[in-house]
Design a protein around this ligand. Structure first.
Ligand code: ATP
Ligand code: MG
Length: 323
């Protein structure tokens, strides 16, 4: 910071000879070079208010997630001596915000957010595609987690498509999630593990649909409504997924099974407006209605929930904006 400050002061001193426009460019270039060379890729000072505000502003239609996730992350980040890593498992149908929430957490924990080298994302079918190589993947994954946590204890590991992950790989992760696990003096208690999957999505949809048909408000849905969390864990345990054969669930190492509700038209509309802002398209409510209505909804008769959630909203918007 000091070096950067000095550089800017020095450059400002040149103001006598340089025009302001030129100086601006020099400062911008110097600042860019400084950031590239010296900006550390560390932790942000943790701020629970900022985290909650980010959820409130950036996540639509997920009141359970907006309640459970910031609370558990905040509790964990401010716990001076956690007895196990934070382990969250996100469940829900397509485009409901699972990756989006992992990114929100990352940008509130690391200076470089999801781009931080301390955020490690694995996508089952991309990183571990061949069944016959599973032993090799297991050894590499074990080494990768151990190596990274030993050099940076507050590392974050995101496993996408967890339901398609080979059980042997899930079992490799398991000891890292456990209480009092310690290898060669390395403790994993301050690491964060996030699992993403569509497993359990149908249980969540059925309950949301049931609430809707009974005329109950969506916001009345809670983690413990009709034992939702237990139902999700049972569903993924009994379902045909990698979780089934792994010993992750029966060892109770997952702190929360977090349900992502299917999104309604009004939430998709909010996503369209957010994309407009992102793409610097002037705000247009009629266009937002048009794009949101153009997305597919289910069940066929009632058309309540968006089939793809907010996925491909940007692509739809671009098509309509050009008309
Ligand atoms: N609830 C939401 N609130 C705000 N934006 C959302 C929400 N859900 C999805 N989005 C937007 O849609 C994009 C796609 O969502 P995301 O990738 O998080 O879905 P997903 O739940 O991981 O789906 P999948 O199961 O298909 O991988 C996000 O990048 C985000 O812009
Ligand atoms: Mg996803």
């Amino acid at each position: 910071m000091r070096a950067r400050h000095c550089m800017i002061v020095l450059l400002l001193g040149c103001n006598i000879t340089f025009s302001l426009g030129f100086l601006d460019v020099v400062v911008a270039v110097a600042s860019y070079v400084f950031d590239k060379l010296f900006k550390t890729d560390g932790l942000l000072p943790f701020n629970r208010t900022r985290l909650q505000a980010d959820f409130d502003k950036s996540l639509y239609g997920q009141h359970i997630v907006s309640d459970v996730v910031p609370k558990s992350v905040s509790f964990f980040m401010t716990d001076k001596n956690p007895n196990k890593p934070l382990v969250l498992s996100f469940h829900g149908t397509a485009g409901t915000g699972k990756n989006h929430v992992a990114k929100i957490i990352a940008r509130n924990v690391y200076k470089k957010g999801e781009k931080s080298k301390h955020v490690h994302t694995f996508i089952s079918q991309f990183h571990f595609p061949h069944q016959e190589n599973v032993h090799m993947y297991s050894a590499q994954l074990k080494q990768w987690i151990h190596g990274n946590v030993s050099s940076f204890p507050r590392s974050m590991f995101i496993f996408d498509e967890m339901d398609k992950m080979h059980p042997e790989l899930i079992d490799i992760i398991k000891p890292f999630l456990d209480y009092n696990y310690n290898v060669d003096g390395v403790s994993f208690h301050t690491a964060i593990f996030i699992f993403l999957s569509n497993a359990g999505g149908n249980v969540i949809v059925d309950l949301a649909l049931d609430f809707w048909r009974k005329g109950k408000s969506r916001e009345e849905l809670r983690m413990n409504s009709s034992k939702l969390e237990t139902k999700i864990s049972k569903d993924i345990f009994n379902g045909n997924s990698g979780f089934l054969h792994s010993s992750l669930i029966d060892h109770h190492l997952i702190d929360h099974f977090v349900p992502f509700l299917p999104l309604e038209l009004k939430h998709v509309r909010q996503c369209v407006l957010a994309e407009m802002e992102h793409l610097e398209i002037p705000k247009n409510d009629d266009l937002a209605d048009k794009v949101a209505q153009d997305m597919p909804y289910f069940p066929d008769e009632e058309r309540i929930f968006a089939v793809k959630g907010c996925k491909s909203v940007r692509q739809k918007l671009v098509m309509h904006a050009d008309e």
